[in-house]
Design a protein around this ligand. Sequence first.
Ligand SMILES: Cc1cc2nc3c(=O)[nH]c(=O)nc-3n(C[C@H](O)[C@H](O)[C@H](O)COP(=O)(O)OP(=O)(O)OC[C@H]3O[C@@H](n4cnc5c(N)ncnc54)[C@H](O)[C@@H]3O)c2cc1C
Length: 379
Amino acid sequence: MMDCIIVGSGPAGACAARRAAQRGLKTLCFEKERFPRHKPCGGALSMNGVNALDFPLTETVQEGFVYGIRAVYGRRRMEARRSRPIAVMVRREAFDALLMEKARESGAAFHMGEKVLRLEETQSSVTIQTSASVYQSRYVILAHGAGGVLHQRHPGPGTEGRRWKAVTRRFDASAAWLSTRPQDGVLEFYFDAHPDGYGWVFPLRGAFSIGVGGLHRGRVPTGATFRTFLKRLGGPEEDRYSGSPIPCRGIAPVLGSERILYAGDAGGFGEAFSGEGIFYAVRSGQLAADTIADALEGTLRGRLHRIFRSRCLQTLGDNLQYAAFFARWVYRFPGFFVSLFAERPSWARDFLGIPMGETTYKRFLLDRLRQGLRKNTGW
Ligand SMILES: Cc1cc2nc3c(=O)[nH]c(=O)nc-3n(C[C@H](O)[C@H](O)[C@H](O)COP(=O)(O)OP(=O)(O)OC[C@H]3O[C@@H](n4cnc5c(N)ncnc54)[C@H](O)[C@@H]3O)c2cc1C
């Protein structure tokens, strides 16, 4: 009998596995793929994400530091920079492999290439059927990303609700159409390239990650907007790209049951304004493992999934819930917001404090409200 079985070894699963093993739990993680596996991703890991890890990133994982952003809407432009990094660019294949290695170092076991097919929860344990065998565990963390199907059969966030759809591809920086593009540690966002979202150009080591994505209401032809975006940048006619949804449920009303918790994309922990998911996957995985460890130590006062949800709300709610509010307004009037931030450099500077962990979407919005009131009423 295992203490904690984890389904999926992306950032959520691997960080849950490390934390569970560090807390002394007999931990086993199943991953259906063999690493290194391809994961469609822009590769921007916010400083929040870097700081959530309890080990440094190795050289092979890092593809450069990011100090600022450039936003474009038609002819409108704004740029903001900080002297300290706001994010680190990572190569997902290497980053995810490092997270898994760190979990292994802490004592977690991994079964790679073994897919979890079914779960059966009883009062005292969960039976896990995989493509190879049957296992028993006291608790399970579902961290199978947006594509997993297990959450269709168990109490949890479900598959409906707000989500991003994003596609991307990595392009060699030496290509003629990219060779004049500056590698200046700035993330570029084109808010006129995709409805309710943006097109992006992110600098990597000797390459660029280019993609489009947005909150998808109804059918958004993301492949078509990607091709149009590449054409605008002077790139090739491109039909090769990869993508997936990023569920953005804020903090979903239900995040599990008495024996099963959800983390990362499986739990809907994507951020609705930017589509950022890695940091939230890391933290929700750690919080799930801590909640289970507390339950096993007998220190939990209340129901497992409710306590997990309230910890997520406390730790991640100020960003996840308020990013959705921010997204609603910015994506309704993107040009207005690009101009607004261009005219107010201090707002843009403060905004960069969100990925750095200096502030949250909630505090950023309340500060603007307070400033507005003070200016207009002298209050
Ligand atoms: C195009 C694109 C660009 C993005 N860019 C960024 C970015 O720049 N910055 C950022 O922060 N976020 C970005 N994201 C979001 C980010 O990639 C995800 O939020 C993040 O990967 C979620 O981590 P996770 O561990 O929850 O899921 P995943 O990384 O998807 O990992 C889930 C794992 O579970 C495994 N699995 C699934 N089902 C099973 C099963 N039944 N049994 C065993 N294993 C299973 C899968 O093989 C996978 O390895 C982007 C997403 C997309 C689609």
